[in-house]
Design a protein around this ligand. Structure first.
Ligand code: AMP
Length: 422
């Protein structure tokens, strides 16, 4: 199967080849023909599946087919949850479109940086806008752009958009779009809240599913290592040195922990740096750039800072602190094992977080053996599972619900972590 046989123009297929896309990934094979024929799409796929090019290529194809307008008008709008993802998707549009007879003008809009350069960038219009909802609304209020000619709307990582509380902003943006348009909806998971968002938006959508929601790609080897919390940094150092790991992404619960762990590893001779929301956008971009270039071997980060990050050849993801939810677990480990490459995801489990990890495993239909590394054997026994109070067993409504257990387990995770919020 080739991109050409899917209906992609030579100029776009060639740009794909330049990026190393020899042939379409499964989501691309399924999604591209659907998008090209103008149908709405519900894509259940994770970052790493090639989902970005699955919508970028056919959207570019549509732009190629239309007449050239001066000034340019926004014909494709992509909404994303984070600035990193916005920058990344914008870059994919630019690099896949650069050999087109009239390369598209792509505006990338996100908060946390000065609004002025983005306003300037919108002068003369743009063909494609990739934006986080808040900054987009800000620029709409300033009359920096109009959305009344949008032909295609893409919601990328829709579950994260909702997770981050963008529902109201999304509704406000949607109200400004023409009713007649094509809608492409991508999400790694499809819980009820995301379904509720998708249903009114999509008109007879074609559903394309790459791996079942909340199930990580098979290419990722997952391991769970039991260790006392205060030995984790030492163990991490040991594993990195022993495995000769390069390109390691370490997840911690808080900004403080990101700084602390990164500094300790750095002091011990590892090329390690933190990445978190306390750092300026410029600094975060610089760290990511340097990580991509191989200047850093290890980045220690929080969930928020790492959302949507795409780093080729990320070999290992470490859950130094466990994620709060099974969905977040999938997002984290999906950073490795991308586009068919194999990856490794390691979770550190302590007595206090054992119950929480069991819930994640259950949601994943997964049972991982608890490994012990010689010299780092845990000394603390897992806490007994949360049981109903004596005398209440078996009475509906009195047992702790799944939510109660999750809450208790999340509290245990939070208690085990330093206090400053991520
Ligand atoms: P995504 O799921 O869109 O974040 O893409 C994950 C990674 O796969 C990115 O680094 C892409 O450059 C890469 N990729 C996308 N499509 C292909 C393809 N057809 N062949 C090889 N790599 C690809």
């Amino acid at each position: 199967m080739s991109f050409l046989s899917l209906g992609i123009s030579p100029a776009l297929a060639r740009a794909g080849e330049e990026l190393g896309f020899a042939e379409p990934t499964p989501i691309q094979t399924q999604a591209i023909p659907v998008v090209l024929r103008g149908a709405d799409l519900l894509g259940l796929a994770q970052t790493g599946s090639g989902k970005t090019a699955a919508f970028v290529l056919p959207v570019l194809e549509r732009l190629l087919a239309g007449a050239a307008h001066t000034p340019r008008r926004v014909r494709a709008l992509v909404l994303v949850p984070t600035r990193e993802l916005a920058a990344q998707v914008g870059e994919v549009f630019r690099s896949l479109g650069h050999l087109a007879p009239r390369p598209p003008k792509v505006a990338v809009l996100f908060g946390g940086v000065s609004v002025n350069p983005q306003m300037m960038g919108l002068r003369g219009g743009a063909d494609v806008v990739v934006a986080t909802p808040g900054r987009l609304l800000d620029l709409l209020e300033r009359n920096a752009l109009r959305l009344n000619q949008v032909e295609v709307l893409v919601l990328d990582e829709a579950d994260q958009l909702l997770d981050l509380g963008f529902a109201d902003e999304l509704a406000r943006v949607l109200a400004l779009l023409p009713a007649r348009r094509q809608n492409l909806f991508f999400s790694a998971t499809f819980p009820a809240a995301v379904q509720a968002l998708a249903e009114p938006l999509l008109h007879e959508p074609v559903r394309v599913e790459i791996s079942s929601p909340e199930t990580p790609v098979a290419a990722i080897a997952q391991r769970a290592i039991a260790v006392d919390p205060d030995r984790r940094t030492e163990l991490l150092r040991h594993l990195i040195k022993e495995g000769g790991w390069k390109r390691v992404l370490v997840f911690v619960a808080t900004r403080y922990a990101a700084d602390h762990v990164a500094w300790k590893l750095y002091k011990n001779g590892l090329f390690c740096t933190p990445l978190h929301g306390d750092m300026s956008q410029g600094k975060r971009t610089e760290v990511l750039e340097q990580f991509r270039e191989g200047r850093w071997d290890i980045v220690v980060t929080t969930d928020l800072a790492a959302r949507g990050i795409d780093i080729a050849d990320l070999s290992v993801v470490v859950n130094y602190d466990l994620p709060r939810s099974a969905v977040q677990y999938v997002h984290r480990i999906g950073r490795t094992g991308r586009a068919g490459k194999s990856g490794l995801a390691i979770s550190f489990i302590s007595a206090a977080t054992e119950a929480h990890f069991q819930l994640i495993e259950k949601r994943q239909h997964l049972v991982l053996p608890r490994e012990q590394v010689p010299g780092f054997e845990p000394t603390q026994a897992p806490l007994p599972p949360p049981l109903a109070a004596p005398g209440t067993g078996g009475i509906k409504g009195k047992r702790p619900s799944k939510k109660d257990k999750l809450r208790a387990a999340a509290a245990a995770v939070a208690d085990a972590a330093p206090t400053k919020a991520a």
